[in-house]
Design a protein. Sequence first.
Length: 170
Amino acid sequence: MFDTAARRKLVRACGLEQGRVLDVGMGDCACMSFFLARRGLDVIGIDSSPQAVHDARRKAERRRFKGTFEARRADAEDLSFQDGEFDAVAAYHSLHHVGDVKKVLGEMHRVCRKGGFVLISDFHRQGQEACGEELDGDTYLSRIEQWLTQRMKTVRKLRTRLNVMFVCEK
């Protein structure tokens, strides 16, 4: 994808340099998963689409990573991982595709270890217009922010040209 600066800013904001990361809704491009694996993190990217998982695996075969990458088909509303299994859980431009955002956020929170990070990035109004996404403006992001601030130890909100990002410590 085109917004490497935003991914870099998101990861830099939490200081994550090693560990296990779950990428929720990686899509067929797996751009966030690959970005993290290139930096030495061990990444499991999940998506509900078998085709997205297949495509991500094929693309990974042509890449080299300092860390690791594994693609799995999974339901983000019912993750099959243990509580606290990951050092970070990321959702990059994916939450607007899920049915029950609160349920997915709850699962992301559950599988993140205490002291770990939940990283979320999605398009704000200007980004939605630039990318042809039809969401509900910034109302969607406000609901995510409200959920996060009620449950996370800290929540930092960052803005880029196209995104609103949340860096949350559990």
